[in-house]
Design a protein around this ligand. Structure first.
Ligand SMILES: *Cc1c(COP(=O)(O)O)cnc(C)c1O
Length: 426
């Protein structure tokens, strides 16, 4: 029986001084009806909690730790840089280095602005799109998450193309009324939205592979349809690649899908576990940002040497040959094993996987959009999560999140995980 005594006490302490006891909501384990574990340290594929339990980690800080935790070479670079000062608010050569690595890796990016989170990257992209087009409306897809920026915190109204209404108190309706919500993977609906609002749409923002309703890949041709409509109507196409950037391959998923975004948002992996974000695109567009242009964007800690050094070290390691095929093979082995374990017990499920990101949906039908995703059995996911936790496997504490594999996950870790799935009481 796994003991969580210290975690439970620490959660009580935290709840007295931190809202909900956590600094980001999903960490509270509410979606799986449990209490969070508190972590004391992590190394490679493993997390260690304050009660001394060890877990194989498939959440990886929600994606960034693609090289595993506390990677020696990343930490060495960070240490080397930080003893010389951690932030100056003055340029350093490292920023140009990371920017150049991003520009070289992603064909649609000629210039890139570094920020401190994925949310900020999206804020920047949206302001830029609105500023450049002189239009207000943004198309967003239901189930995609783009950070906690006001205009993006909207949920579906009654009809699929109704104007968005805020999904959080504190977000003025005046802000979200410019956000149009459409179902993911539905080319017909986006065609209709464009015929209705053609010259009012500043941008379409999309996760090219959705990760925030659980993993949902784009249907054949869906991204190309969006690209075509944006080009035809003078709207900016924003790819939110905060998860997919450097996750599926070295760079972006735009090349394999054969679609170029006008603006690309990055985060997570490019900071190697430190707070970072980035927004990049063609020169002509990016130069509209201050100080070369009029569209304002700024950040006290943007491009600080510590985060940037971690990002550079991470990207350098990821670039080595064979990294991504190996990650994909490991994730496939794992998903095949879990799938067999569940099928062998007649447990209805659907596994969506792209490279090293995947979700096990407790759903007998294909998951292609938000509506099909939310038909999953969340009670069963909660039991799965709890049973796996008890066996030393850490999965994201919600059915509607992506699981990730790192370069440090070994064959024996997959084996242990599959064995746990075979006996988990569901
Ligand atoms: C995580 C995430 C964000 C927000 O990034 P933060 O660093 O948490 O602000 C934005 N978009 C997507 C697709 C994400 O997964």
């Amino acid at each position: 029986m796994t003991v969580f005594r210290k975690s439970k006490k620490l959660f009580g302490d935290a709840q007295r001084v931190i809202p909900g006891g956590v600094n980001s909501p999903v960490r509270a384990f509410k979606a799986v009806g449990a209490n969070p574990i508190f972590i004391s340290k992590a190394k490679g594929a493993y997390l260690y909690d304050v009660d001394g339990n060890r877990y194989i980690d498939y959440c990886l800080s929600w994606g960034p730790m693609i090289l595993g935790h506390a990677h020696r070479e990343v930490l060495d670079q960070v240490r080397k840089v930080m003893v010389n000062g951690t932030s100056f608010g003055i340029p350093t050569p490292l920023e140009t280095h990371l920017a150049r690595m991003i520009v070289q890796a992603i064909g649609s990016i000629e210039k890139v602005r570094l920020v401190s989170s994925g949310t900020e990257a999206v804020m920047t992209a949206i302001r830029l799109a609105r500023g450049c087009t002189g239009r207000d409306k943004i198309i967003k897809f239901i189930g995609c998450y783009h950070g906690h920026v006001d205009h993006m915190l909207v949920q579906a109204g009654s009809g699929a193309t109704t104007l968005g209404s805020p999904s959080s108190p504190g977000v003025p309706r005046d802000f979200t009324k410019h956000t149009l919500l459409l179902p993911y993977n539905d080319p017909e609906m986006i065609g209709r939205a464009f015929s209705k609002y053609r010259d009012q749409i500043a941008a379409v923002i999309i996760e090219p592979i959705a990760g925030n309703m659980g993993v949902v890949p784009p249907a054949d041709g869906f991204l190309k349809t969006i690209r075509r409509l944006c080009t035809k109507n003078g709207s900016i196409l924003i790819f939110d690649e905060v998860i997919t950037g450097f996750r599926i391959r070295y760079g972006s998923v735009q090349e394999p899908f054969g679609v170029k975004a006008d603006l690309t948002c990055l985060g997570k992996i490019i900071g190697g576990g430190f707070p970072i974000g980035a927004c990049g695109g063609k020169k002509g567009l990016m130069d509209r940002l201050a100080p070369s242009g009029q569209i304002y964007q700024a950040g006290t800690l943007s491009g600080n040497p510590v985060c940037v050094a971690a990002g550079i070290a991470t990207l350098k390691l990821l670039k080595s040959k064979g990294t991504y095929p190996a990650l994909g093979r490991a994730a496939k082995e794992l998903c095949d094993g879990i799938g067999k374990a569940l099928s062998g017990r007649d447990i209805k499920h659907t596994i969506n996987r792209v490279g090293s990101m995947f979700t096990v949906f407790f759903n007998p039908d294909p998951v292609i959009d938000y509506v099909s995703a939310v038909k999953s059995d969340v009670g069963r996911y909660a039991r799965f999560h709890s049973a796996m936790l008890g066996e030393g496997i850490y999965l994201p504490p919600s059915q509607f999140e992506a699981c990730f594999v790192s370069t440090e996950h070994k064959h024996k870790d997959m084996g242990k995980t599959i064995a746990a799935a075979r006996k988990a009481s569901l």
